[in-house]
Design a protein around this ligand. Structure first.
Ligand code: HSE
Length: 399
């Protein structure tokens, strides 16, 4: 029998407890050992739950119990969660987490401890909720030199943009609807300002390219205040606006960003709507491969956590595949200095000036848009300013 503990009985933690208890025979069979949920650490009491006897308030009970070989961290944040996870790993306990903030900030350090201790630190649920993506990147695509990752990594912003594109809703109305439906938090900053997606592209790119990328190295623009007129103009030009996490290998460095981008209608990514996520990975042998599904939710996310628990129990004395090294300050280049295609949107009064940049322009409702090919955003900014254009929005073209 293997004892398991859960730290944090919130949405995901309670889902993990329910799955371990309700599917105990099935998951124990798959792990080839009896899995026993021994402790749940939470500051709150849950007296009405059928498993209320498992709740504890002292972390040391878990740490000092040598029968607890696997610890699930679903508390969130990178303060207490970091201390607890690190302490458990140092004690030789494998750890499973859904905590993207922790992995994005401390992944390299925690993976190194797990390597030194010959135990596992797994976090499939930290990106894409229940969508299997980290394990396929690390295992199934292992024969590839991976070169690019592109994704819709945040369901809340995809829901908001879908409402703007399909139902002509203004940004604020779509955000209120997302909050009413429970997708967006009361403080929606982490989603709409792109920080949630930035943490996820950090994890994906670190794993795919082998060196840690930290959130502060990711150029991050969100969709706060996105103009409906820009979304409409992009649609007229045959594009949809999506919040995209992107990272690409450039020699021995990478570019990495989160930004609102325009995607050609008809491409796989353009058709991903509502709260759905997609992660497209490009490898030198396989070409493009995509992973699609619901990127959040209690049971989908908990199912990915429990699958990692099963993996840990099956490999108590062996290291699994996940690893990346620490990165360095110069590893990530500024994406605004890299040549990409861009859509520029400005006031119709600037149409002639925009055309001098080599754009074919389209006008709608007082705005004009054009595409500039293979030019860096920094160059575009300089050229627009030379033309006297100061009110403009720039969207990277990604397919
Ligand atoms: N707030 C996130 C999203 C949930 O909207 O995708 C999972 O990270």
């Amino acid at each position: 029998m293997v004892d398991v503990a859960i730290i944090g009985h919130g949405v995901v933690g309670s889902g993990v407890a329910e799955i371990i208890i309700n599917h105990n025979e099935l998951i124990s069979q798959k792990a080839k050992r009896q899995i026993n949920l021994k402790y749940i650490l939470d500051i709150r009491d849950f007296p009405d739950l059928p498993y209320s006897d498992k709740f504890i308030k002292d972390f040391d009970t878990i740490l000092n119990d040598d029968d607890v070989r696997v610890v699930v961290e679903t508390a969130g944040g990178a303060t207490f969660a970091y201390d607890y996870v690190k302490a458990c790993l140092l004690r030789g306990k494998s750890v499973v987490t859904s905590n993207k903030e922790l992995v994005a900030l401390k992944g390299a350090e925690l993976l190194k401890i797990a390597q030194d201790k010959n135990i596992n630190f797994l976090f499939e649920a930290s990106v894409g909720g229940g969508i299997p993506v980290l394990r396929p990147i690390a295992q199934c695509l292992a024969a590839n030199d991976l070169i690019e990752i592109t994704g819709i990594l945040n369901g809340t912003t995809n829901f908001i943009l879908t409402k703007m594109i399909k139902e002509n809703m203004q940004f604020d109305d779509a955000l209120s609807m997302a909050q009413r439906l429970g997708y967006a938090e009361r403080d929606p900053s982490a989603d709409i300002d792109g920080h949630d997606a930035a943490r996820k592209i950090c994890i994906l790119a670190s794993l795919a390219f082998g060196k840690h990328i930290y959130p502060e190295q990711i150029k991050t623009d969100g969709i706060r205040g996105m103009l409906l007129s820009d979304v409409e103009l992009a649609s007229r030009m045959g594009y949809v606006v999506k919040l995209i996490g992107h990272s690409k290998v450039l020699g021995d460095k990478v570019s990495a960003s989160v930004c609102p981008a325009v995607i050609p209608t008809g491409s796989v990514i353009s058709n991903v709507e509502d709260v759905f996520n997609i992660i497209k990975v490009r490898g030198d042998a396989i070409g493009d491969v995509a992973f699609y599904g619901r990127g959040a939710g209690k049971l989908p996310t908990a199912s990915a956590v429990v699958a990692d628990v099963i993996d840990c129990v099956k490999h108590l004395a062996a290291r699994k595949y996940l690893f990346w090294e620490d990165g360095d300050k110069d590893y990530v280049v500024d994406p605004d200095s890299v040549a990409y295609d861009y859509m520029i949107i400005t006031s119709v009064a600037n149409a002639d000036a925009l055309a001098t940049l080599g754009c074919n322009t389209v006008e709608h409702n007082g705005s004009v848009a054009g595409i500039v090919e293979k030019t860096s955003k920094n160059d575009i900014t300089t050229r627009l300013q030379k033309c006297g254009i100061n009110d403009y929005r720039v969207f990277r073209v990604i397919d």
